[in-house]
Design a binder for this molecule. Structure first.
Ligand code: BGC
Length: 932
């Protein structure tokens, strides 16, 4: 029976599987999602039908061979699980979907999308781990940097290739090529994991890359996170500084070819490959690369190359319990290019190039010269006033690349493959000719997370700040959420990640990025149940364990992914780990449900990192740990509910009540102020900034207490007043560090102090977000005073990153409060638009703001413009969602919707609600609301 399709039905677009377009996945019940479009208002899906088939020609109800969902009554357009025939490794699936709207009208079938199942079990790998041990080379200098191994194999392909897939991974980093062409466009593959436990592989469709006859499979390996230098181990004097997982990078690759005649062939890495060293004589993530073009193995990636002098690679045993799985995250790629803004010759003959933007990436250089000429490339985020490169803040990372010319008269072009740097300025030594416009190009690298947000106002400082936040995210979401891209660190610090995760979701689609990192977190969980300081978590410093404010990333990050994307699988998968963490906290609190002063004195530093980089007296880390404990219990309560686990829902809700009671009893006085017994900390020795003394009565304490609902609803305004008082006493300035800065403005807004939140947000005085912008930042700084015009670089050679996203967590307030986009149902099925309008106008203020945010349902827009007493709001609500628009007004009569009085608009329902607001409930569509 054919169902009539009406022109005004819903159209499904942006079909995705496991958050990706046409991916390869290991999920055997992959989750499908789509967005619906319509040019009509108030559109909702009432049911859907999905067809999945093994060939496009079978995507028809009569022929379907994998899954016909039938018409399913449901509003779900995301996280819909495939529930057809069992899927097996290598299965290629084609799918399409159609939706019925609220009136039962069917929309047209969508276009066709695909997903493919990876290699589901280890025994489907015939490929072996192969490598060439060059670890004895490259010693004797400051760093031990052995050359990169090259691997090759000639294979014969018959005519009539139908389908070819390359499954490839490395312990270390790999680049793969077929007949000299790089396979795929990914960078830093296969990504960082706890390689003892798991390694990911990539799958590439290489059907078009094979030729009939002889083909060459080639690969270059590097040391990467597996065998290279890592983190700050050098700085802290750890006995091990490199090769944390192994010494020799290894490749495992398997090319599977199916022919039109039904035959198949598999070519896999093994002892019959050939191995050599080559032109890439040094290759390290933190320290950079050296490429000696004179040593180029010309033609090694082409058939007929004489590899008789090459060695047999060594075959390495696999670790039996190491999992090998499809890479679940968004691949790291070159996501943009930056051209040179200016170039200056220095007295020593070197050149400084300014890319105008701080970034994480590499450069491509074009040079001409004689064989043996050496080009030295150094990177820096800042220049000194006299124009020379500031490199002290790279600390022990060499972060230098060398290119040695072969002397090609036509010129030579080069870019590194297995390293990246954090920089805005590039210093090059060794040019024989004056560089021109084509000499250098900046290549931006990062996890390829699709852009989802934009934020624009009539205030230049704010626009630059938003650009800085997004650039900092791009520069630090590199396979894992790193802290910074430039110095000897670049690790997945959990504290930074948890304070920023919600902000991240507004800017870019980070669903699969955090799906990947959540596994790293679980892999790094300690025996006792604590999540680590950083993940993946090799022991970079002997005493590194866990810290309050950091370890809670194990709860907060998956919770945010659930909230933003409606993802319950991330909860289910991590549930046992999360419960284990909660058990750990319970045990540690000794059944008291509060962490009293010095409860974490066994950590190094004592108490953990606390409100890292705050000013003034320290908020007791144990008090913050107690707040986080309550907060985690709340998130667990909600997540237990989301996965239908009622007993644990009850358990955590009870725990949360007990913690709140215990915390308030211990850490507040009779007036409701936060207090602590500072004496117990003595002189504060061993605590971060412990010499400054401890106080419960800090900005950070109230900001967190309000944000995490530690104080009861009735007392929020009181706590907000204490907070506002402290800010006033501090000359109207913030004093918060990593843990206090994120909740600061949200807490002010939640407690009736929106005007003060705006003053702090728009301030340009030190310390503030605006101060950084005023001082020329293009990314977010690690410290409020990483650089000042008066004092220059105060913290040189110490912790002084100019590309550190923690303070960028103000982004959460920008979207949720200034633009007022507030999710009220997981996945943004329903949301509020409740913008806070800047109460002041004129220079340095905001009169006009527009934020867009692409959700699983499509784009939300919230814009407002004020003109004297008049206010115009523009709101876009995606199909299949509803919103409550909070218009700041007292009387409905003051308002028009699309030029008509509210009473005569059939598309809005006026709801009773908060004082000072008229609440308009709307369905999908665009709305222009004016307040006279
Ligand atoms: C990192 C931080 C991190 C911190 C631990 C720093 O060196 O860069 O961002 O969270 O150490 O406190």
């Amino acid at each position: 029976m054919s169902i009539p399709v009406f022109a005004d039905g819903l159209t499904a677009v942006n079909l995705r599987t496991e958050y990706k377009v046409n991916p390869v996945t290991d999920a055997t019940a992959p989750r499908l999602s789509w967005e619906l479009t319509s040019d009509k208002r108030n559109q909702m899906q009432s049911s859907y039908q999905i067809l999945v088939a093994s060939a496009p020609s079978l995507l028809n109800e009569d022929k379907i061979d994998l899954w016909n969902s039938g018409q399913v009554k449901s509003r779900a357009t995301a996280q819909v699980q495939y529930s057809g025939k069992t899927l097996v490794s290598r299965q290629l699936c084609y799918w399409k979907i159609r939706s019925w709207n609220q009136d039962g009208i069917a929309g047209p079938w969508s276009g066709v999308s695909t997903f493919e199942i990876g290699l589901l079990s280890k025994d489907q790998w015939s490929a072996q781990w192969i490598g060439l041990d060059l670890d004895n080379l490259g010693k004797g200098k400051t760093y031990h940097l052995p050359p990169a191994p090259y691997l090759r194999k000639e294979i014969k392909i018959k005519t009539g290739v139908k389908k070819a897939r390359l499954y490839v991974t490395a312990l270390g980093l790999y680049e793969f090529s077929i007949n000299g062409k790089k396979t795929g466009t990914d960078f830093l593959t296969p990504g960082w994991t706890d390689y003892h436990k798991r390694v990911y592989y990539q799958t590439y469709d290489v059907t078009a890359d094979l030729e009939t006859g002889v083909n060459v499979l080639g690969s270059q390996l590097s040391y990467g996170w597996y065998a290279g230098y890592l983190g700050y181990s050098l700085l802290v004097g750890n006995p091990v500084v490199r090769a944390f997982y192994g010494k020799v990078p290894l490749l495992k690759a398997q090319l599977e070819v199916s022919y039109n005649d039904g035959s198949t062939q598999t070519f896999a890495t093994g002892a019959d490959w050939k191995a050599s060293k080559g032109a890439l004589t040094e290759s390290d993530l933190l320290n950079g690369e050296t490429y000696d073009a004179r040593l180029e193995l010309s033609g090694w990636q082409k058939p007929g190359f004489n590899d008789s002098s090459w060695q047999k690679p060594e075959v390495y045993q696999d670790k039996e319990d190491r999992k090998i799985q499809t890479y679940p995250g968004p691949p790291v790629k070159i996501t943009g290019e930056l051209t040179v803004k200016s170039q200056t010759k220095r007295a020593d003959g070197s050149w400084i190039f300014d890319l105008g933007q701080n970034l994480a990436g590499i450069v491509r250089i074009k040079v001409k010269g004689a064989a043996g000429d050496t080009i030295r490339i150094r990177y820096g985020e800042k220049l000194y006033p006299d124009g020379h490169l500031m490199t002290e803040n790279l600390r022990m990372a060499r972060a230098t690349d060398y290119y040695i010319l072969k002397g090609d008269p036509k010129g030579e072009s080069w870019e590194p493959k297995f390293t990246f740097h954090g920089f805005q300025y590039v210093e090059i030594k060794g040019f024989k000719e004056k560089p021109d416009a084509g000499t250098l190009l900046g290549l931006v690298i990062g996890s390829d997370t699709p852009k989802t947000g934009s934020f624009e106002t009539d205030n230049k400082m704010v626009n630059q700040l938003y650009s800085n936040i997004d650039w900092t995210q791009r520069s630090n979401y590199i396979d894992i959420p790193t802290d910074c891209p430039q110095r000897d660190e670049r690790i997945g610090w959990t504290g930074d990640a948890q304070v920023y995760v919600k902000s991240a979701t507004f800017n870019r689609d980070v669903a699969s990025f955090f799906t990947k990192w959540n596994v790293d977190l679980a892999d790094g969980q300690f025996e006792n149940g604590a999540y680590p300081l950083y993940a993946p978590a090799p022991n970079l410093r002997k005493t590194d364990t866990f810290s309050p404010g950091w370890m809670e990333a194990g709860i907060i990050c998956p919770y945010q992914i659930y909230q933003t994307y409606g993802d319950t699988r991330i909860i289910e998968q991590g549930w046992p780990n999360m419960v284990r963490f909660m058990d750990f906290l319970e045990k540690r609190s000794g059944g008291n449900h509060v962490f009293k002063e010095t409860a974490f004195k066994d950590l190094d530093p004592k108490g953990g990192f606390g409100d890292w980089l705050s000013f003034g007296q320290k908020t007791p880390p144990d008090m913050l740990a107690s707040f986080y404990y309550a907060y985690c219990a709340d998130l667990m309560t909600e997540m237990a509910g989301a996965i239908g686990n009622q007993s644990e829902q009850k358990r955590f809700s009870d725990t949360s009540d007990k913690i709140r009671k215990a915390v308030l009893a211990h850490y507040t006085d009779t007036t409701g102020r936060f207090i602590c017994d500072a004496k117990v900390y003595g002189k504060g020795e061993g605590y971060v900034d412990g010499n400054l003394g401890f106080s419960g009565n800090t900005q950070t304490a109230y900001a967190n207490a309000i944000y995490m609902n530690i104080v009861s609803k009735n007392n929020i305004n009181k706590a907000g007043n204490f907070l506002a008082e402290l800010i006033k006493e501090n000359g109207g300035k913030l004093a918060t560090g990593f843990l206090g800065a994120k909740p600061l403005l949200p807490a002010l807004s939640a407690s009736g102090n929106s005007a003060l939140a705006y003053d702090l947000f728009l301030s340009k005085e030190f310390p503030s977000w605006g101060f950084e912008v005023e001082n020329g930042s293009t990314t977010i700084w690690e410290r409020w005073d990483s650089f000042t015009n008066e004092d220059g670089f105060k913290y040189n050679a110490a912790m002084n990153s100019f590309n550190h996203y923690a303070f960028g967590a103000v982004c959460e307030w920008m979207f949720s409060n200034a633009a007022g986009i507030q999710q009220t149902h997981p996945g943004f099925d329903h949301f509020d638009i409740k913008p806070e309008i800047d109460p002041k106008s004129g220079a340095g203020r905001i009169d006009n703001l527009k934020a867009t945010f692409h959700t699983m349902h499509g784009e939300i827009i919230s814009a407002w413009k004020k003109d004297g007493v008049h206010l115009t709001m523009q709101v876009t609500v995606p199909v299949n969602t509803t919103a409550d628009i909070y218009v700041p007004a007292d009387l409905t009569d003051q308002l028009t919707v699309d030029g008509k009085k509210v009473a005569s608009s059939k598309d809005v329902v006026v709801k009773k609600g908060e004082k000072g607001f008229i609440i308009l409930e709307v369905g999908s569509g665009n709305y222009v609301i004016k307040r006279q």
